[in-house]
Design a protein around this ligand. Structure first.
Ligand code: NAD
Length: 280
């Protein structure tokens, strides 16, 4: 079997057409959705992610601004900045690009964001609402993954989904979202025994481990859908947590790296900013 490629770029482009229409409606009401990105320090990867977000914001017709701070900025100064953003009616969404320098508490900073503007969906309020199945701003990577699965026409009802990785930003929320669509979810992590057994009857495999080519084709059940969240730069070449060459021989559909989950994460962020603006 040679897998169909689930192109995140294509799915994002389709969603973009709908987003543009929603932005036009808002603009007729004199509302231009605005996203603010708080960027601390000068990490190359962070700068590149932020550039992708700005590019997609322009395509969708929304405003975006990057507030840049050097890595010496104090925690209280960042918290004050968040307070100012929370008060500003012209700003609908804010994200703090992670990681932050060690002297700044990520938890304190994220908890300070007004949940209505929390377009990354990281605040306890929005995570709690997701857990309870209430309407909320869903964190971007899991939201993007669900859109990609939807694009394949897969009905998750009664399907077996194996998620590898239990991070707060990917593994846990995507497990909840799959469960809400009536999938039976198996969550694996670094202490899981016999990972291969947990993969054996999976209809969908979602891999967010952070180890290059961690899963290979031998571990993928024939015909499964594979979502590869990982992103690694190995000697100048990007790859994911899944060994694409061998996995695509077994899967029925698979996301590539690059061009898979990455563009969908950005697309979900812009959609969340539009949702936040629609709600005011
Ligand atoms: P993380 O480091 O927070 O979590 C990794 C998870 O993998 C942990 O829960 C851990 O228990 C699990 N794990 C580690 N070793 C394991 C093992 N041997 N067996 C089973 N599970 C194991 O990672 P994260 O933030 O979820 O990110 C995962 C990857 O996805 C990274 O490569 C990251 O760069 C990438 N990522 C990409 C996007 C995107 O938009 N494309 C977004 C978020 C994260």
């Amino acid at each position: 079997m040679t897998a169909k490629i689930i192109s995140g770029r294509e799915v994002a482009e389709n969603i973009l057409q709908d987003l543009k229409k929603r932005v036009d409606i808002l603009k007729k009401k004199n509302i231009t959705p605005k996203l603010v990105v708080v960027l601390v320090g000068d990490m190359k990867a962070s700068a590149s992610y932020v550039a992708q977000k700005e590019k997609f914001a322009v395509k969708a017709g929304i405003d975006s601004e990057v507030l840049r701070f050097n890595s010496e900025i104090s925690e209280s100064e960042i918290l004050n900045q968040i307070d100012e953003i929370n008060k500003d009616d012209e700003i609908h969404g804010v994200i703090v690009q992670l990681p932050l320098p060690d002297h700044i508490s990520v938890t304190k900073v994220l908890n300070r964001i007004d949940p209505k503007k929390d377009v990354d969906g990281f605040t306890p309020t929005n995570v709690g609402k997701l857990f309870l199945g209430e309407e909320t701003l869903v964190s971007c990577t899991p939201k993007g993954i669900m859109s990609m699965l939807e694009s394949t026409g897969t009905d998750l009802n009664g399907k077996n989904v194996t998620v590898i990785g239990r991070s707060n930003i990917v593994g846990k929320p995507v497990s909840i979202l799959c469960q809400q669509q009536n999938a039976t979810v198996t969550m694996c992590h670094s202490r899981t025994k016999d990972l291969n057994a947990k993969l054996a009857d999976a209809d969908v495999v979602i891999v967010a481990v952070g180890v290059a080519k961690f899963i290979n084709g031998d571990q993928i059940p024939s015909g499964a859908i594979v979502i590869d969240v990982g992103i690694h730069n190995i000697d100048g070449k990007l790859c994911g947590d899944v060994d694409f060459e061998t996995a695509s021989e077994k899967a029925s559909a698979i996301t590539p790296v690059p061009g898979g989950v990455g563009p969908m994460t950005v697309c979900a962020l812009i959609e969340n900013t539009i949702i936040a603006a629609e709600r005011i």
